[in-house]
Design a protein around this ligand. Structure first.
Ligand SMILES: Nc1ncnc2c1ncn2[C@@H]1O[C@H](COP(=O)(O)OP(=O)(O)O)[C@@H](O)[C@H]1O
Ligand SMILES: [Mg+2]
Length: 616
């Protein structure tokens, strides 16, 4: 029985690991090459089909031209060096023809190769640009759940490194492989024409060589996948540490983190070595086959020339020499093809993840018949709403709430009770598990998200500041707003005072994440940002928690002015801010356990009363 429980526990652990993916969890990327994936990839190539066709023709030409020199060589040996001449011509005439042909081939080869490479690059990078565009567009659509469950670094790796790798595949590797395939095919035909007996020997070597190399490749792919995983772990960790650099320094975690990082690097290295050992088998194996092939061809040639094979005809020295050069031409394309197959295989698993990002179903999508939310009055209703971030861990259980238009509701309660969660559901940042959240009777899951979020202003707990200027940050929600409107909004929330005192005022540069501004200043800017959109429903999640008491006193006045005519949800720890709320909701125990005005709740003598009396 105990064992069974353990198994169950393990299963559970696995399930959570799969969902929440930290830097120390390997991503599951055991993806087989799939036709579906190929189709998806090819879909991206469709707009470039003309260019692809033209380039393929060039590919073919380049491959063909590469075959000619060895034959010219044969003519030099058999007809010029022996002074026999060819087809009745003198040896001098033959030499001139050979030279002219040779020079033309060199020139044509240079030109064709150049054009082909440039064009293929263009196709490859155009395709990647398209994938990148789709990926980014979708990144914007992904739900909070997606970002909650994946480290930022991993997402970053997907939109940068993986795509770079794929660009390389499209513009480089695949082309080379195509050239090589056509080379091999033409080579075989050519050889058959030159001497079919020796060709049989060559085929006898090339086929097993190919099979063995495919096996080696398989082993390589496996280790390469593991390597990618480990590398992605490392990147996630580094990304996490850059974001948390401040905390790292404050708590002297530098050395400890370096240790963790070293471990992750060791993991990367160990797997890289494993990969290298297999990867480096390629050339030695290929070379071995090539040498064996050469010996066999020579053996066969000697047998033919010596007449041991009976009456199979003659063989010229020039033909033998040409043959040996042709044999040498097999090794590189075969190795290339095997390598490309391996690369494509790796790229497929990366593509899988990029596509997951490009079309992730973790995105909260508009319903097919979603309609735009009409201009709202601001009546918010929760009807038996239950919600869980992770299956089985209920955060809100059958919450009912009706907020009349234009009223201010305050939410208080212990940390982690679900206040932020509750208000997130109004903007449909997360999907409810059951029940409905509605605004003016419109179920929020049935209207378009764009129309919903345009009318619901949210100021989250962490006020994110983008790099740019203060003005641009205020204008973020309404790019068409004039400077005057932005200043007006800033004045409304008493942000104008501090902004105008900055050396460059509204044009002061801001850095990513708002370094250089105090938390309170950041909050004021975000506050102005949300006020600028003039939303009918306003959600302020601890919007004023880091603002000094003097400004806070002003904010209290602001709230009184700004919230008029809007339905508002204010989460605040400073109880003084919310005393005047139309209703105070005490959020705890997976729901709203007390609700009423300040006076009513005080009279009730419950948890709110206790909170007020202990914290003032
Ligand atoms: N993105 C998330 N994924 C999983 N659990 C979460 C997430 N955000 C919050 N929680 C959990 O949900 C509960 C409520 O969180 P939250 O609504 O942020 O609390 P509050 O705002 O009241 O402090 C907490 O127990 C927290 O651990
Ligand atoms: Mg919160």
């Amino acid at each position: 029985m105990g064992k069974q429980k353990k198994v169950q526990e393990n299963e559970q652990k696995k399930a959570t690991v799969k969902k929440r993916n930290a830097y120390y969890d390997d991503e599951n990327n055991d993806v087989k090459f799939s036709v579906q994936m190929l189709k998806k990839t090819l879909r991206y190539a469709v707009p470039y089909k003309k260019l692809l066709v033209v380039t393929s023709v060039l590919l073919f030409l380049v491959g063909f031209l590469a075959l000619v020199p060895a034959t010219l060589n044969k003519y030099v040996v058999d007809y010029v060096l022996t002074k026999a001449g060819y087809a009745g011509g003198s040896w001098q005439a033959t030499l001139v023809v050979v030279l002219v042909a040779w020079v033309s081939i060199v020139i044509a080869d240079v030109v064709f190769s150049f054009v082909r490479t440039v064009w293929m690059s263009r196709v490859g990078h155009s395709i990647v640009r398209d994938v990148r565009k789709d990926t980014y567009t979708n990144l914007q659509k992904l739900s909070f759940e997606y970002f909650d469950t994946r480290p930022m670094g991993r997402t970053l790796v997907r939109v940068t490194n993986y795509l770079d790798g794929i660009a390389n595949i499209f513009s480089n590797a695949v082309i080379t492989a195509l050239v090589d395939c056509s080379k091999i095919a033409m080579l075989l035909v050519w050889l058959f024409v030159v001497d079919w007996r020796l060709t049989l020997v060559v085929v006898g070597i090339v086929v097993p060589m190919f099979v063995v190399l495919i096996f080696v490749r398989r082993a390589v792919v496996r280790t390469k996948r593991v390597h990618r995983n480990k590398d992605s772990n490392r990147t996630s960790y580094v990304a996490e540490n850059i974001s948390g650099a401040f905390v790292t320094k404050a708590f002297n975690r530098g050395a400890y983190n370096a240790g963790v990082h070293k471990g992750l690097c060791l993991d990367v290295q160990k797997n890289w070595m494993k990969f290298t050992r297999r990867h480096e088998l390629f050339w030695p194996v290929g070379d071995g086959f090539f040498m064996m092939g050469t010996i066999l061809v020579y053996g066969m040639a000697i047998a033919i020339i010596q007449g041991w094979m009976g009456s199979v005809g003659a063989l010229s020295v020039g033909t033998l020499l040409a043959f040996v050069s042709y044999m040498g031409m097999f090794a590189s394309p075969i190795n290339n093809i095997a390598t490309v197959m391996q690369k494509v295989s790796v790229a497929t698993s990366n593509l899988e993840r990029v596509f997951e990002l490009a079309e992730s179903d973790i995105a909260i999508l508009d319903k097919e018949d979603a309609y735009p939310l009409p201009t709202i009055e601001g009546v918010v209703k929760f009807d038996n709403v239950s919600f869980a971030y992770d299956e089985g861990v209920t955060i809100l259980d059958k919450v009912n709430l009706e907020v009349p238009k234009g009223s201010m509701y305050a939410l208080v309660g212990p940390t982690g009770a679900g206040k932020t969660t509750l208000v997130s559901l109004i903007s449909r940042f997360y999907e409810v598990e059951s029940g409905t959240v509605s605004i003016d009777g419109h179920d929020v899951s049935k209207v378009t998200q764009e129309s919903l979020r345009r009318q619901v202003g949210v100021m989250m707990q962490d006020s994110f500041i983008f790099s740019g200027t203060i003005l641009e940050n205020i204008r973020y929600a309404r790019p068409e707003a004039t400077e005057a409107e932005c200043i007006q909004a800033a004045k409304k929330v008493y942000a104008h005072d501090f902004i105008s005192k900055l050396p460059q005022g509204y044009h002061t540069k801001t850095l990513e994440q708002g370094q250089g501004l105090s938390t309170g200043q950041r909050q004021l800017i975000s506050f102005a940002r949300v006020i600028l959109t003039d939303p009918k429903i306003l959600i302020l999640d601890e919007a004023t928690s880091s603002i000094d008491t003097e400004t806070e006193a002003k904010i209290k006045k602001v709230l009184e002015e700004v919230l008029v005519g809007r339905t508002s949800f204010v989460i605040a720890h400073r109880l003084s801010t919310i005393r005047k709320a139309d209703k105070i909701l005490f959020v705890a125990d997976k729901g709203i356990c007390e609700s009423g005005t300040h006076e009513q709740l005080m009279a009730l003598g419950g948890r709110y009363h206790k909170l007020v009396t202990t914290h003032g």
